[in-house]
Design a protein around this ligand. Sequence first.
Ligand SMILES: Cc1cc2nc3c(=O)[nH]c(=O)nc-3n(C[C@H](O)[C@H](O)[C@H](O)COP(=O)(O)O)c2cc1C
Length: 178
Amino acid sequence: MRTVIIYESVYGNTRNVAEELAEVARSHGDVELFTPAVAPADALHGADLVLIGGPTHIHGMSWAATRQSGLAAPPVTGHHAAGADVPGPGLRNWFHGVGRVDGVLAAAFDTRLEGIEVVTGRASLGISRRLRHHGFTEVAAPRSFIVGRDNVLCVGETDRAREWATSVFDSLPALAFQ
Ligand SMILES: Cc1cc2nc3c(=O)[nH]c(=O)nc-3n(C[C@H](O)[C@H](O)[C@H](O)COP(=O)(O)O)c2cc1C
């Protein structure tokens, strides 16, 4: 099976999650990871499963201005350098180029700060709304992965990402026969 992962990331947290999901997906077949900036127009062609994720910015999906403001903030210590995946359009723009993809299986994820959802917001809800708008079939509820006040994924979140991906793949055979 072919899995396509489209992710957006300023500081690297969402990219880390996307890479964990890709590791699980690789045990089920071919995987391609793209940022919106480099995804080819036919990125979804032949995709059996599409996972789409981004950071939560101002309670929802990022805008060009929030990505720039993230870049201007002090860089995150730890894994990836800030800004590596920023140039070019974000997920909002990428969705504008997606036509009807009726029935393609998909799920949305995000990263966000720890705290209750009504305070933090969740980018995955906006992504999920767009998935439905374009005719994707969602195979899992939108999922958040949590970063701490140090702006690095909390302990255990990469494991949660793998567990989520595993549960998504486990649900596919049943869905395929519905
Ligand atoms: C401009 C900006 C706005 C943010 N707004 C929120 C927010 O409203 N809620 C939240 O939970 N996190 C917010 N965050 C934190 C990010 O969601 C968090 O750092 C995320 O893990 C970043 O993902 P990335 O490392 O892939 O860029 C914001 C970060 C930036 C840079």
